[in-house]
Design a protein around this ligand. Sequence first.
Ligand SMILES: Nc1ncnc2c1ncn2[C@@H]1O[C@H](COP(=O)(O)OP(=O)(O)OP(=O)(O)O)[C@@H](O)[C@H]1O
Length: 299
Amino acid sequence: MTETVVRTDDLTRRYGTRAAVDGVTIEVRRGEVYGFLGPNGAGKTTTLRMLLGLVRPTAGTATVLGRAPGSADALRRVGALVEGPGFHPYLSGRDNLRVLARYRGLDDRAADAALDRVDLADRGGDRFRAYSLGMKQRLGVAAALLGDPDLLILDEPTNGLDPAGMAAMRTLVVDLAAGGRTVLLSSHLLAEVQQICHRVGVVAGGRLLHEGTVDELRGGAVLEVRATPLPAALRVVSRFGDVVEAADEHGRPVLTVPADGVDVPELARHLVTDGVDLHALVVRERALEDVFLAMTGVS
Ligand SMILES: Nc1ncnc2c1ncn2[C@@H]1O[C@H](COP(=O)(O)OP(=O)(O)OP(=O)(O)O)[C@@H](O)[C@H]1O
């Protein structure tokens, strides 16, 4: 059975007359990596802060693990990396974590296990100030993991990292979810969300534009057919689905039909038997990026 871990209902936060978050309704389910995707200023951080009880909604409601955001019960089971945690620059990564663990009534072993989990055990004795940005971010995730939370909330966890650091963070997130945790992360990077998230909520200008799986968002693949003469090609292709007739960047006609369930060799055979010259037949996936740009109008 699907269990809801986070639910928001018309969640809204206004600053003055401007809504940073405007009627957002999302559902995050147990065990998934949920991507909250949107350009800068879309309202992602404000939403995550409301889920942690750091910002009070102007309107609407939210529950986190069935409880009120920010309540002691909810916070005990949530780990977050929303604004960089306040690490001491002159303490080692390990000692920083041990200090945080003690604040939470946990022992040193919990800190060491978290360090190990983010693959920093080898460098645990180095001072925090000597860490690369990627290591600092991973230490932030380790801090979020203290207390073994069911839900991790990560605000732009790969922001500012180099490609290797980003890849390491993505692998870590996927592994954490595979271990049974739920991860809610925000990102403005479509490729990233496409790679690691099960479901996505797309936001822009404070509003939720769409929520669904990456595949649902993208829609099915299409078959592109370039063939002449066009009327005969159109007749054949329309037997296989609802055809859309368009032109490519050179003004040449392209017929597209939803690829789902179409027997491609069969389509090719029909075109040839009907005396149509087939120039190209391509299956094209819509990239999430195309969909996103169409939705947000942001480039
Ligand atoms: N405390 C505040 N006072 C006034 N305006 C705010 C405050 N916090 C956020 N905003 C505004 O609300 C909007 C959404 O900000 P938010 O930080 O939630 O967006 P975001 O999607 O996380 O973007 P980014 O990736 O740039 O952090 C922005 O226009 C921001 O300027």
